[in-house]
Design a protein around this ligand. Structure first.
Ligand code: DC
Length: 226
């Protein structure tokens, strides 16, 4: 048994989906560390595709070229660091304009198709915790536990603001709020893999929860599940 799962069953997956800045990434990494599992930040793959396209001068509407870029991405996840073509792009990936472009190219089906198998390849023993928008609906529909992590938009804007200031970036709370609302609209209303809870997802509202409490809540759901 690993993480409470029989060794001969399918490799377990905990899928954490939710809107931008809901804390999914931090929470997914902590849950994975506690269980000793791998982690997949699927948003990073969309951000990496956006960054690689910018570097190569590929337009954000050229869906075939973007799919080729996604298929050929030379990336490494080394602990908290992300390398693109052996270049440390960890900080750059978090820039607002990269998140913005990732959100604009994410609806393109050829790009999503190109990233699908790359994402599934992260499902390695003893288990995977992944976060994104369509982990429980499209990428891992057979995930053992599906969490839909929400938080109200003001709480998310404030968290994003605090993160940026902590890292020494300048930020404007009003602009962040406007940007988050626009991104929510785009992620929820696109026809391809829209942001929505899987029918069998557990909705967790973290508006009034700290990271530790959110992690504990997800681990409690996991223990109930097994
Ligand atoms: O989670 P994030 O903010 O790093 O994601 C960046 C963008 O990528 C987000 O606006 C939508 C897109 N995305 C997606 O469409 N599907 C995923 N599974 C993850 C991210």
């Amino acid at each position: 048994m690993t993480g409470g799962v029989p060794a001969d069953g399918p490799i377990p997956v905990i899928a954490i989906d939710g809107p931008t800045a809901s804390g999914k990434g931090t929470v997914a990494a902590r849950v994975a560390r506690t269980l000793g599992w791998s982690v997949l930040d699927s948003g990073a793959l969309y951000r990496l595709s956006a960054l690689a396209a910018l570097r190569r001068g590929v337009s954000d509407t050229d869906d075939q070229a973007l799919a080729d870029i996604a298929r050929g991405l030379d990336i490494q996840f080394l602990g908290d660091k992300v390398l693109l073509d052996n270049d440390d792009v960890t900080e750059q990936l978090r820039h607002e304009h990269i998140g913005e472009m990732a959100s604009r190219i994410a609806p393109l089906q050829p790009l999503r198709d190109a990233l699908l198998e790359r994402q599934r390849a992260f499902r390695q023993p003893p288990g995977l915790v992944c976060d994104g928008r369509d982990m429980g609906t499209v990428v891992f529909p057979d995930a053992t536990l599906k969490i839909f992590l929400i938080a109200d938009v003001d709480a998310r804007a404030q968290r994003r603001y605090n993160q940026l200031i902590e890292k020494g970036f300048s930020a404007n709370l009003g602009d962040l709020l406007t940007d988050l609302k626009a991104r929510d609209q785009r992620d929820q209303n696109r026809s391809v893999a829209p942001l929505k809870p899987a029918h069998d997802a557990v909705v967790v509202d973290s508006s009034n929860l700290g990271v530790d409490q959110t992690v504990d809540c997800i681990l409690a759901h996991w223990r109930n599940r097994i």
